[in-house]
Design a protein around this ligand. Structure first.
Ligand SMILES: Nc1ncnc2c1ncn2[C@@H]1O[C@H](COP(=O)(O)OP(=O)(O)OP(=O)(O)O)[C@@H](O)[C@H]1O
Ligand SMILES: [Mg+2]
Length: 267
């Protein structure tokens, strides 16, 4: 197995000893490919990715536009299914599940945060979080405890005083905080964020990112994509995608795949 020290880009970082401690592997991606066939044309979007995400890590997926970052996040959450290979989550394979089981699994295991917040506009901040509890089964809590749980999640992201506001009565940064609270509702071990600050001004982006990164203290693993170099550099581990392949990695036990030759690409 390749280690973070032997291969790939180190990103010029000095790794602190606490990140080197042997933590458990939460997500393992093995030979993962996503190939789309349309009009007899095969497009390889992700090509044979192998890497690991340690538990309780701030993990970045970097790469230029079109390199496959969102596609990979969708495979990690089971929104999309692999063409080849597999995603192991706490040692359990995602692929084996039906759509319904996957949706339920997602509710409990992965909180998803989108660039454009995607709050329900007719529901208040509190109701948006509550809806996630209803959809995800309440993270093991009895129904009578859900309201309090929703409020606790809002408080965790500094939005405790805004539970009764509609999304349209909140700033972009506040809406994204509510979206983070919603992602926390069912107490999932992983938060998956696709450009969570991409729709915010730089100052707000950094403040919202601090909130997201701070959830590590709650034991969360945070997997994120960002085009903001400073925020990308705050990751403790990560991979760099290029044309659907891993071109660099740090502390991700990733296999770096060289670009396919012309013959391979045609095969
Ligand atoms: N359903 C699809 N059908 C065909 N091609 C697709 C499909 N979904 C994604 N792609 C292609 O796969 C590649 C990777 O897309 P993806 O959205 O994962 O990139 P990304 O790294 O998230 O880019 P960005 O930074 O712009 O969000 C792109 O070339 C895209 O056009
Ligand atoms: Mg994307």
């Amino acid at each position: 197995m390749l280690s973070g020290q032997q291969t790939g880009k180190q990103n010029g970082k000095q790794w602190q000893s606490k990140f080197m401690a042997p933590t458990g592997v939460l997500v393992r991606v093995e030979h993962l490919s996503r190939i789309i066939t349309a009009r007899a044309q095969k497009t390889v979007i992700l090509d044979d990715l192998t890497f690991e995400i340690a538990a309780n890590t701030l993990f970045a997926i970097n790469g230029p536009s079109g390199s496959g970052k969102s596609t990979l996040l969708n495979l990690l959450t089971g929104i999309d299914r692999p063409s080849k290979g597999r995603v192991l989550f706490g040692g359990e394979e995602l692929r084996a599940r039906s759509e319904n089981q996957l949706a339920r699994w997602r509710g409990r295991h992965a909180g998803i945060i989108f660039q454009f917040f995607q709050l329900i506009p007719t529901l208040t901040a509190g109701e948006n979080v509550l809806l996630a509890l209803e959809l995800g089964g309440g993270g093991g809590l009895p129904r009578r405890a859900w309201r309090e749980r929703a409020q606790t999640c809002l408080e965790l992201v500094g939005m405790g005083g805004f539970a009764r506001r509609l999304p349209s009565e909140l700033s972009g940064g506040q809406q994204q905080r509510v979206a983070i609270a919603r992602a926390l509702a069912n107490d999932p071990p992983v938060l998956i964020a696709d450009e969570p600050t991409g729709n915010l001004d730089s100052h707000t982006a950094h403040a919202v990112f601090d909130t997201l990164a701070g959830l590590k203290q709650q034991g969360k693993t945070i997997v994120y994509v960002t085009h903001d170099r400073e925020l990308a550099a705050r990751a403790e581990a990560g991979i760099e995608l290029l044309d659907g392949r891993i071109a660099g990695q740090w502390l991700a036990n990733a296999v770096i795949t060289p670009p396919a030759t012309t013959e391979e690409a045609q095969a």
